[in-house]
Design a protein around this ligand. Sequence first.
Ligand code: ADP
Length: 565
Amino acid sequence: MMPRNRRTWLWVLLLILLAVLMASLVWLVGRYEQTRFEDQLELSANDLASDIRAKLARDAQRLQALVEREAPNWQRTARVLLQQQPEMLRIERRNLAFKIETLGNSAFLPRLSKEGIFEYFGRHNFATDVAHACALAARSLEPAYSNSYFVPQGNGTGFEVMDMCMPTVENNHLTGYLVATYSLDRMLKEWSESSIKRQEEVSLLEADGARLAMIGNSNRSGNKFAAQTVLNLPGMTIILRIERWRSAPYWLANTPTALALALVLALLAVLWLLYRDTRKRIRTEAKLAREIIQQRKAEEVSRQSLERLQKSARLATLGEMASMLSHELNQPLAAIASYATGSLNLLPSDASSQPSTQNLYELKIALERIASQSARAGQVIKSVHGFVRRRETERSFVEPAVLLDAVLPLIGLQAKQLGVRIDQQIEPHLPRVWCDATLVEQVIINLARNGMQAMDSSATPPPQRRLTLVAKSCPSEREGEPPLVEFQISDRGPGLTQDVSQRLFTPFFTTKDEGMGLGLSLCRTVIEQHASSLIYTTQTEPPRTGTTFSFKLMTDHEPHHDHTL
Ligand code: ADP
């Protein structure tokens, strides 16, 4: 598993990366939106500018018509024109000497005197601007425009106006001029009010940025976007500017940005779920690992205690063995000693004399007996050695007869001492059993020893003291499974009383002076380790058939045929 610290860092890194990613996404979408918005604004500025140019051109045509066709009714037609076009404040007809011949003033002005807007501040004050435009018009024979100028009205207000000068031509000769004065404010109002949107401001600016006219009543809050375009007219240059205010943050304003934002939120939610899930999984894993470790520890402890028990039981057995062994070895050793003494006696005491032929023959027999007695003693010691040797638990397939043969010398020792006869009933061709041979041998020895001790301490008369060892095949309880081999160890002792039966497998329960009370509990553990169980049947009432302990072991499936037999 990854160390906790590193995991936390990875999560933090992931979060940071995602946050950066999301922020850039929102920023990019916002930027895109902003550009789109600005482009739109620029487009409307351009539209508006060309609209204004077109309207001015149309006015010029109308004035042209006024000169050409309506000359006799000039005054009347000019009045109608001024009424139709509120942005036009005055129309003058001037001769070549630039003197005003006739004029008409807008009907929309508050004061209707002959001078119109120039009543307070005379027309001559602005002669240069008009002259400038007309000079250009005379040169090009096209309408030309003056720079804008302010005409005060004496009450602090005034009009920002510009003049359009149109040359009148007859037979290719310049005959005079028609001058129309436009109010910039009204121009905007009449021509663009219908097309501008809420929160928009349209203004006309001088090249240096000074504002000349403006319409639109926006509440100036939120972000400001602006676009401007140059309104080029012959003789004058003016800037048209549109400003739009947006109160909502631009990145919340429409679908793409809202979508990006929703995406961010969804991603964060998924991330959170993922984080929660991972944490849960890690916790479960850690818990599981802890449980497994605890279980392993418990197993280790139980294995160790089993080994300790086995060891102490083995030592207990050993104590008894030692006494039996000394008893058993006593005989051959005594025999060897007496043969040796006898042999010495047969040899002449004097080194120079020869032993007789008869003596030599007897000496040979004595030495042969010494040899055979030593071999017997060696056999006894060897059988104990095999049992005492300690080795690691290991399982293999073993023939049942081999198991019993291995324990027989040891059991035989005690049987002889207690006057017990041993019967072996081994079914032929038994399959091999899967077991730890050393442990199972020990079980058989323990059970046999218990049986023999039971017959010794009871009133079983010596001729009836019989221990039966049985190995036979028996079918498995589960259908289709291979057969098992059952081992039985039966004695003809007094059987188990109810009290003893109840505590039979309790460790340290014993009825014997020298007993440890561990044998049976150990036997049961070993048998259970072999996926089997230790069973007993007992008979306390006469006729006494004693007690039988039995267990079954698994086989290697096929019955084993020993072809060497
Ligand atoms: P130990 O042999 O050291 O006493 P065990 O656990 O082998 O310990 O046996 C426990 C007790 O069970 C014995 O003390 C004995 O009273 C009783 N017992 C065991 N096997 C037999 C048997 N075959 N017949 C009668 N009693 C038995």
